[in-house]
Design a protein around this ligand. Sequence first.
Ligand SMILES: Cc1ncc(COP(=O)(O)O)c(C=O)c1O
Length: 452
Amino acid sequence: MNDADCAPSPTAVDPSVPPSTEATADPAGVPFAALDPRLLREQRTSLKWTRFAPDVLPLFVAEMDFAIAPEIQRAMIERVQASDLGYVDGAGSLAPAFTAFALDRWGWHVPDEHVHLATDVATAVVEALRVGRPAGGRLAISTPTYPGFFEMLEEVPFEVVEVPLTRDAGAGTGAPGRATSGSAVLAPPVRLDLAAIEHAFASDPGIDAFILCNPHNPHGLVHTQADLAELARLAAAYDVFVVSDEIHAPLTFPGARFTPFAPLAAEAGALSVSTLSASKGWNLAGAKCAVLVAADASANELLRRLPPETVTRVSILGLHANAAAFTAGREWLDRAIAQVQANVALLTDLVSRRLPGVRLVAPEAGYLVWLDLRGAGLGSDPYSRILHDARVALNDGAAFGAGGAGYARINVACAPQTIHAAVDRIASILPPFDGGASPETRSPNLDLEESR
Ligand SMILES: Cc1ncc(COP(=O)(O)O)c(C=O)c1O
């Protein structure tokens, strides 16, 4: 890979062309009609279905409505039928399953012995920080970002330093579907602010650790290789331990290029570990299994110091589900990505026609879409207006750190009909559109051009 390979090649989305709505079933072949939220609410017990009242359409937490891959179902059922529900003693079959996937998809060579286990990615981040920087210190993170990071950081003794992403219309690696024009679409308008990161690293007191979200939640931004290489160089120069959360990487869209951070860290001499799981890509969050991957021998020495309980706290069902995902679940994954892309195109079309004043960031990875609601005329807390008046649960942008207020995140891993229903509900509470001219109905700070 070289920088030229990562140059953005935006493809404009033409809002006059209706998005593909050909599929009638989810990636597992389950008809979309069976993914009606009223039915799922009767069948599922996870947070997505229990957190809000029955009349609220839940498009918040990162869980898919799609049925899981039959190959993963079979692997889990086999373990149950064998009464194989004891403790896990190591990565076992998951190590070669993961390393083969990393090599095939991303050209990332990972020795099997560099693969360690954790209950989930959140635990992996916390435990990595505990062994990597036992004394804590100052930790930098680019915001707005996944609110869970702030919750994880309550478990470790760090002062959190938010380094806002910087605006850049040319950011990203160029998945088809990115657009730089059109009424509702913003290309990923941000990138890592490497100058501000260097400033933080070089300050006194400096920075001890950095959490990289790669790809970045909530924008679905796939960082360029050049930006990541520069981050690795800075981390090595200022002795900053980097934990790279790559949970959304398997969901990178065709045309974008995901760059694992570990090889760049190893080349630069930066201490780094990466954490991944099949939990987002294959919808297995409740199965409780993730991997922590050492970037090089010294990071591996560090991970060998993880408490033994880190391994035994992993679910054996989750381990086999992850192994099945990385080996036999690749076709299901590709169908899921295609459906997510179709759903993003559908949402883009609906937003531009039905939700005047709303803008969205076209993701390059993952099924979470970042909505700019500051121009929608819903006041300073659009998330609450949409929840209480439209009965649609999104994620409140204000929880994502600096720069998130006035935004919300929507989950599109659902049947297309669910996206139509959500847009109908939100459209019903929008004030009449006046082009953003009236301060009574629109945000007084409306500045959409600035946000591009
Ligand atoms: C960036 C990121 N990291 C971590 C998590 C949580 O992962 P896990 O359930 O494996 O702890 C999520 C969940 O959405 C996420 O988006």
